[in-house]
Design a protein around this ligand. Structure first.
Ligand SMILES: [Zn+2]
Length: 235
């Protein structure tokens, strides 16, 4: 009888020890920025803490609607369409962000899911016309209800995209189509959002067609920079 009691007591202590160690491991993981594990399991090493499990929405510009800009050769044969460029780069951006642990969805231009969309960030990917010009540009909603947050997103894109691609900023062609972009008015006003013109299909075609990974890295790095900044600001 006494022997059984001793066994039971040591078993209780063993369970307490295991629970305490598990709790300590969770606290340490949280302190390192990994967050609590959920049903999808513990975060593998090498992922970006700030991106883990965050909802990121990308719009593949013109998808499901039209081709966007179309470049043709002298004989009228189609060389490249903007929609194809946007879709390819959206896929590459999504792959990078998923690798960092984010929950990414790629939306069509007029996707029904844009209505009231709530996400950590929305970025719409477009490319500029076939003229022989070079440069990218990004814009946020002219009437954003969260101008400081949107401004931080824009600053991150303006830092990361030229760093990855080497493309200059081309600000003089930011239009009302960008600052009053239709999706900005449909999403939840608390969702930070930006639209990026990744480069010109004319002057920047070599980058957009042959080195889309560079453009994807620029966009993904900009989004990760924003998520990391927001995480640091969180109480
Ligand atoms: Zn476009």
């Amino acid at each position: 009888m006494r022997h059984n009691t001793v066994n039971q007591v040591s078993r209780v202590f063993l369970i307490l020890l295991v629970v305490t160690l598990a709790a300590m491991a969770l606290i340490i993981a949280q302190a390192m920025g990994f967050g609590l594990p959920d049903a999808s399991g513990l975060k593998p090493q090498g992922l970006v803490g700030a991106a883990w499990d965050r909802q990121v929405a990308l719009i593949s510009g013109h998808a499901g609607n039209d081709s966007g800009a179309v470049c043709e050769d002298a004989d009228g044969a189609v060389l490249v369409t903007e929609a194809a460029i946007n879709a390819n780069i959206a896929d590459l951006v999504a792959a990078r962000l998923r690798h960092a642990g984010a929950d990414v969805v790629i939306l069509d231009e007029y996707d029904a899911r844009l209505q009231g969309l709530r996400a950590a960030v929305l970025v719409s990917l477009h490319a500029d016309s076939c003229i022989d010009a070079s440069g990218y540009k990004a814009a946020i909603h002219a009437y954003s209800l969260i101008p400081a947050t949107s401004g931080r997103l824009l600053a991150c894109i303006d830092q990361a995209y030229p760093a990855a691609t080497g493309l200059p900023h081309h600000p003089n062609t930011v239009t009302h189509n960008m600052t009053e972009y239709h999706a900005f008015k449909r999403i939840d006003p608390q969702t930070p959002a930006a639209i990026v013109e990744l480069g010109f299909l004319g002057g920047d075609r070599a980058l957009l067609v042959d080195q889309p990974e560079l453009a994807a890295k620029g966009v993904a790095d900009g989004i990760l920079c924003f998520l990391e900044g927001e995480k640091e600001r969180a109480p």
